[in-house]
Design a protein around this ligand. Structure first.
Ligand code: PEP
Ligand code: CO
Length: 463
């Protein structure tokens, strides 16, 4: 029997990869065949890990540097990855746009960027309703490709445990391809032309981007001339994987001990995060996350109170380990001004060290008259600009950004330099859940951030 702990109860001291099962777990699918689920989980727990503890610790170190202001975090990718889109060009385009954005940021911020993809495992989605009704028929909501299918039939929507294995495999295929591209020199900073996207030349920001790429190339050549040797480190840049750690049974099955290290690692991804809907202090997600050694993220939305946040930070990072905890706030352009300052103040007064990151997507979702989910570029940039200003005014630092984006030329968010309208959205809307910035909008966003920071550095008010 599960007991409902009260809000004030201290966390149980005894943690294990399965201790979350004693707590109420929100947003979990109701698998109709528990034995089939157990069989799938057993298989999953015998399969090799997708990432290693070395990589996980290397990322934690980079996030600790970001926390100290020595780096900047760029996290981005699909709202929901689909099994169907586990395809070479789509994956490569996602890497390319993240690389290009990171170059623009490195150039503008004059500091290294930590690149984290929402990929290789971003298959499970929280939903606002358990059921969806169409023409009088009610079925389970679609919860991501790792749970059920988008089609609207009884069979499509039935949670299928075999999909946990298919998700693990897709994540492995994706990571394998990303690792090979990176190791094969795809991300070689000597050759930025290798990761130009075909449509970059049509982008309103194409010229500015090429100037940046050229200037970085020149700097590298200069350094090599001066140093007299090739800078091996510049031949590759690292990418890390992240996903919302929503399906706790899946996460548990990939939670392992590793030789010569203490603690337990979630080896399905480098950086798992807790979503805004599952971050309850007494819930199963917080219980699971508090015990793993990975760096972790928590989404922070408008319903978070300062007291709740400091209590959460204490549970998730009791020893104040640097790089351990990234708070990803997402309020919306109209609400950030009211909600963020008290949270920053409370965390500071509690003496808690975290990395602050802004997700300007999830608080700015709206529905058009035609019923299409979208986000406007202007609202996204407005929330982001305010986030920078508020952190600065509070004596804090915005150390990263979190976007839903794609390297393809979809039409899901309105606005941007090309001025996509609500009418344009129908042209190429592919997202299964939330609308993403397309390639041009994502590059423009990176330019905006870089320009804003440069402006601040030089003390100017224009540019
Ligand atoms: C998401 O990142 O896709 C998501 C569901 O976000 P949040 O938890 O912030 O609502
Ligand atoms: Co989303």
């Amino acid at each position: 029997m599960k007991t409902e702990p009260s809000l004030s109860s201290p966390p149980d001291l005894e943690w294990s990869p399965s201790s979350w099962q004693r707590k109420p777990a929100a947003q979990q699918p109701a698998y109709p065949d528990p034995e089939a689920l157990q069989r799938a989980l057993e298989k999953l727990s015998r399969l090799p890990p997708l990432v290693t503890s070395w990589e996980v610790e290397a990322l934690k170190k980079q996030l600790a540097e970001a926390q100290r202001g020595e780096r900047f975090l760029l996290q981005g990718g699909d709202c929901a990855e689909s099994f169907e889109e586990c395809e070479s060009s789509i994956i490569a385009n996602k890497l390319k746009i993240l690389l290009q954005m990171s170059l623009v940021l490195v150039h503008g911020l004059k500091k290294p960027v930590v690149r984290v993809g929402r990929f290789a495992g971003q298959y499970a989605k929280p939903r606002s309703a358990d059921m969806e009704t169409q023409d009088g028929m009610s079925l389970w909501s679609y919860r991501g490709d790792i749970v059920n299918h988008t089609g609207f039939t009884e069979a499509d929507r039935r949670p299928d445990p075999e999909l946990l294995l298919r998700g693990y495999e897709r994540a492995a295929l994706t990571l394998n391809f990303i690792r090979s591209l990176v190791d094969g020199g795809f991300a070689d900073l000597h050759h930025p032309e290798a990761w130009d996207l075909a449509f970059v030349r049509h982008s309103p920001e194409a010229e500015a981007y090429h100037r940046i790429a050229e200037s970085i190339g020149e700097s590298i050549r200069f350094m090599e001339l001066v140093g007299g040797a090739s800078m091996a480190d510049l031949n590759r840049v690292d990418f890390y994987a992240s996903h919302e750690g929503l399906l706790l049974a899946y996460e548990q099955a990939q939670t392992r001990r590793v030789p010569r290290r203490t603690g337990w690692y979630n080896l399905s991804t480098h950086l798992p995060w807790i979503g805004d809907r599952t971050r309850s202090l007494d819930g199963a997600h917080v219980e699971y996350f508090r015990g793993i050694a990975n760096p972790i993220g928590v989404k922070v939305g408008p319903s978070m109170t300062p007291e709740e946040l400091t209590a959460l930070v204490k549970v998730l990072n009791p020893h104040g380990e640097p790089g351990r905890l990234t708070l990803i706030h997402r309020f919306g352009a109209k609400r950030i001004e009211k909600h963020l300052p008290p949270l920053i103040g409370a965390v500071r007064r509690a003496g808690q060290a975290v990395l602050w990151c802004c997700d300007p997507m999830h608080g700015n979702t709206e529905t058009t008259r035609d019923g299409i989910k979208t986000r406007d570029f202007q609202n996204i940039t407005s929330e982001l600009e305010q986030a920078f200003d508020i952190h600065e005014a509070e004596g804090s630092r915005l150390g990263g950004v979190h976007f839903e984006l794609t390297g393809d030329n979809v039409t899901e968010c309105t606005g941007g330099a090309r001025g996509l309208s609500a009418q344009d959205l129908k042209r190429d809307y592919r997202s299964l859940v939330d609308p993403r910035l397309n390639y041009e909008q994502a590059l423009e966003m990176a330019m905006l951030i870089a320009r804003r920071i440069q402006r601040k550095k030089t003390g100017g008010t224009h540019g």
